[in-house]
Design a protein around this ligand. Structure first.
Ligand code: ARG
Length: 603
C-alpha cells in the first residue's frame, strides 16, 4: 500500500496547507516543516492510517491541536480525489487524524497485485526518481579456516542470506561475500605444527579431515602460547607465507581447500549462495592502506606499532584505545584487512566493487571493531558521500539453560550435527503425526518433508527473533506446529493447497472482487501491507519483521478460513474468497522464500 500511502500523504499535505492558509494565515509560515507524518494505524479501530501532524503543528503555533485537526479534516471532506480513496476522516483524542480506506479502494488494490509476481513490491528499476545505485555488499557467514564453523557463523549465514534475498528481490545487485579468515598468524603456527606432526597434510589433498584440522589448530595454539621457540618459528612461517614462498603457499592453499569443502557442505544443505573472498584477497593492498593513512596524517607510532587514536574509543581502563594497523614486527591485522576491504568495495569498478552500501553481519562482540574501522575509513575519505556502511549485529544463541549453546558433555556444537538433529527430530515429529492421522506416506515423501521442515524451523527460529537480542535455542519450540514457527506457516500454506485440491480453481480466479465481511477485509488489508514490510526491512535490516508479518497473515487467514465459507460460497462470493486464498498463498511463498525457506504442497 505504499503507493496509496504516498497518494494520501500528498492529499493530506495539500489539506494542511489549505487549512493553515484559511485559519491560521501567516502563522503557518513560521518555518514549521509540514510533513504530514502519516503512519499505519496502530489499531484496526483507528482505520488504516494515522497522522499526528495537528499535534506537531499545534505546539509550534501554540494552538489547540484538535481545532487544527478538525479544520484539516474539513478540507479533506471536500476533496473529491481524497474521497475516492478514503471515507471522511475522523479526529480522535487530542487531535489525531484517522483515515480509513474505502472498501472499493481495497478491492482495487487487491486486484492490482493479484496477478503480480512482485505482490506490489516495486523494483528499484521501476522507481520514479531512478537513482543509479551501485551494488550492495553483504559480508556474512565468514568462518575461519582450520576452525569449525560455529552457531554464531550459522546465525550470520541465515540473517545475511535473508537480507541478501530481500535486496535482490527489490532489484539491487547484491555481492554476497564470504570474508573467511584465511590469513595471518594462525597459519604460521598451524603450518609449523603440521610440519612436525602430520607433514602429509601440507603436501597432499584430503590427508586430514576438518575435524582433525581443528584439533591440530588447538594443539598449535597451545604450543604457540607456551613455547618460545615454537613461537618464533611460527612467526617465520607467517613471513614465508606473506612473502609468497611456494611451499608455504601450497600448504596454505591445501588447508584452505580442506576447510572450504566442509563449509560448502553446510551452504549446500541450507541453500546458501556466497562468494568466497577471504582476508588473503586484500593482502596486496595492505601496504597501500597503511601508506595512505600515513599520508593523511592519521597514524601515530606507539611502541613501534602504527596506530590510530579515535576520539571516542576508550579501553576498559578509561584510557584512549589505539587501533593498530601495523604491528611493530611489520605484520598487519584484522583491522588493516577490513580497512583494505572497505576501500576496495567502495572504489569504482574495475579496481573495486563500486558498492553503494556495505553490510556486515556478525555478532555484537565485533561492534566496536566495526565502529572503529568505519570511522577510520571515513577520516581517510574511503566512503563516498552518498554511500552507506553498516554493521548488522546480532546476539548470542543460548541453550535452554540461558548459557552459551553446548553439547550435553559441554563441548561446542558442530553445525553438521545441529543440522542433522533438526532433520532427525522433524522426522520423528512427522512420523508420529502421520500415525495419528492414519496416513501412509512414501519414504521419499517423509525424507523430503522432514528435511524441509527441519531446516525451515532452524532458519525461522533464528530469523523470527529480533537479531539484536540473544535467543534460546530449542528444538521443541522451533518444531512446534503452534505459535510463531516455520511449521505453523508451512501448514497454513498446505491448507491453501488443500483448497486447490478440493476443487478451488485458485489459478483461475477473475479480478471481479467484492469484499464485504470483516474477515475478508482484514485479510485483504494484511495482504496489501507486504510492500511496507519490505521497505521497512530495507531500512532497518530486521528480517524478524517479515516473520511477524507472515505469522500474522497466517493467523488472519486461518481465522478467515475457519469462519467464512469459501468452496461452499455462492459463485460471486466464491471467486473473491478464492482470490484472497491465492494471494495469501503467493505472499506466504514469496515471503518464506525471502527468508530462505522453501515451501511444501503437503506435509
Ligand atoms: N572471520 C570473522 C569471525 O569469524 C568474521 C568476519 C566478518 N567480516 C569482516 N569483514 N570482518 O569472527
Amino acid at each position: 500500500m505504499l503507493s496509496l500511502l504516498h497518494l494520501i500523504e500528498s492529499h493530506l499535505r495539500e489539506a494542511l496547507d489549505k487549512a493553515c492558509l484559511n485559519e491560521f494565515s501567516s502563522e503557518c509560515s513560521l518555518g514549521v516543516s509540514l510533513d504530514s507524518d502519516l503512519i499505519a494505524a496502530s489499531k484496526p479501530e483507528f482505520g488504516d492510517f494515522q497522522s499526528n501532524i495537528a499535534l506537531v503543528l499545534a505546539k509550534h503555533l501554540k494552538r489547540n491541536p484538535r481545532e487544527i485537526a478538525l479544520s484539516v479534516a474539513k478540507v479533506l471532506e471536500e476533496d473529491l480525489r481524497f474521497l475516492a480513496i478514503c471515507i471522511p476522516p475522523e479526529v480522535a483524542g487530542p487531535g489525531f487524524i484517522n483515515l480509513t480506506l474505502r472498501q472499493s479502494c481495497i478491492e482495487n488494490e487487491v486486484k492490482r497485485i493479484l496477478g503480480d509476481s512482485r505482490l506490489g513490491v516495486l523494483s528499484i528499476k521501476a522507481e520514479e526518481n531512478q537513482k543509479d545505485y551501485g551494488p550492495i555488499v553483504v559480508d556474512f557467514s565468514s568462518p575461519n579456516i582450520a576452525k569449525e564453523m560455529h552457531v554464531g557463523h550459522l546465525r550470520s549465514t541465515i540473517i545475511g542470506d535473508s537480507l541478501a534475498r530481500i535486496f535482490e528481490f527489490r532489484g539491487f545487485q547484491v555481492i554476497r561475500l564470504n570474508h573467511v579468515g584465511d590469513w595471518g598468524t594462525q597459519f604460521g603456527m598451524l603450518i609449523n605444527h603440521l610440519k612436525q606432526v602430520a607433514p602429509k597434510a601440507l603436501d597432499s589433498a584430503d590427508a586430514i579431515e576438518l575435524g582433525d584440522l581443528v584439533v591440530f589448530y588447538r594443539q598449535a595454539k597451545k604450543r604457540f602460547d607456551d613455547d618460545e621457540l615454537f613461537r618464533s618459528e611460527s612467526r617465520q612461517e607467517v613471513l614465508n607465507l606473506q612473502s609468497g614462498e611456494p611451499l608455504s603457499l601450497r600448504a596454505w592453499s591445501l588447508l584452505c581447500s580442506q576447510s572450504r569443502r566442509e563449509f560448502q557442505k553446510i551452504y549446500d544443505r541450507l541453500d546458501i549462495k556466497i562468494t568466497e573472498r577471504g582476508e588473503s584477497f586484500y593482502n596486496p593492498y595492505l601496504k597501500q592502506v597503511v601508506d595512505e593513512l600515513q599520508a593523511s596524517g592519521l597514524l601515530v607510532l606507539d611502541q613501534g606499532a602504527k596506530c590510530i587514536f579515535l576520539e571516542n574509543m576508550f579501553g576498559k581502563d578509561g584510557k584512549p584505545l589505539p587501533i593498530i594497523v601495523q604491528k611493530s614486527d611489520g605484520g598487519y591485522n584484522y583491522s588493516t584487512t577490513d580497512l583494505a576491504a572497505i576501500r576496495y568495495r567502495f572504489k569504482p569498478k574495475p579496481i573495486g566493487d563500486g558498492a553503494f552500501r556495505i553490510l556486515y553481519v556478525t555478532d555484537m562482540g565485533q561492534s566496536s571493531h566495526f565502529e572503529g574501522v568505519f570511522q577510520i575509513a571515513r577520516l581517510a575519505n574511503w566512503i563516498p558521500e552518498r554511500c552507506l556502511i553498516q554493521h548488522v549485529p546480532f546476539g548470542l544463541v543460548q541453550g535452554e539453560d540461558g548459557k552459551k549453546l553446548k553439547t550435553r558433555s559441554g563441548e561446542t556444537i558442530r553445525l553438521r550435527d545441529l543440522l542433522d538433529e533438526a532433520v532427525d527430530r522433524a522426522e520423528i515429529d512427522l512420523r508420529s503425526r502421520l500415525a495419528d492421522e492414519g496416513r501412509a506416506e512414501s519414504k521419499s515423501f517423509i525424507k523430503n518433508v522432514a528435511r524441509t521442515i527441519g531446516f525451515a524451523a532452524l532458519k525461522y527460529a533464528d530469523l523470527s527473533q529480533n537479531r539484536a537480542t540473544s535467543y534460546q535455542f530449542s528444538f521443541d519450540r522451533m518444531l512446534s506446529l503452534q505459535g510463531n514457527t516455520a511449521p505453523y506457516l508451512l501448514y497454513s500454506l498446505v491448507r491453501i493447497s488443500g483448497i486447490a485440491r478440493k476443487g478451488g480453481e485458485l489459478e483461475q480466479v477473475t479480478d471481479n472482487l467484492t469484499f464485504a465481511l470483516p474477515q475478508e477485509l482484514s485479510l485483504a488489508r494484511q495482504l496489501l501491507k507486504f510492500d511496507e514490510v519490505i521497505a521497512f526491512i530495507e531500512e532497518e535490516l530486521l528480517p524478524n519483521r517479515l516473520c511477524s508479518y507472515l505469522f500474522e497473515l497466517s493467523q488472519i487467514f486461518n481465522r478467515f478460513y475457519d469462519q467464512v465459507p469459501v468452496l461452499k460460497a455462492q459463485p460471486e462470493l466464491r471467486n473473491s474468497r478464492l482470490a484472497l486464498c491465492r494471494l495469501t498463498a503467493d505472499t506466504l511463498k514469496v515471503g518464506l522464500g525471502l527468508l530462505g525457506i522453501p515451501t511444501l504442497e503437503r506435509m
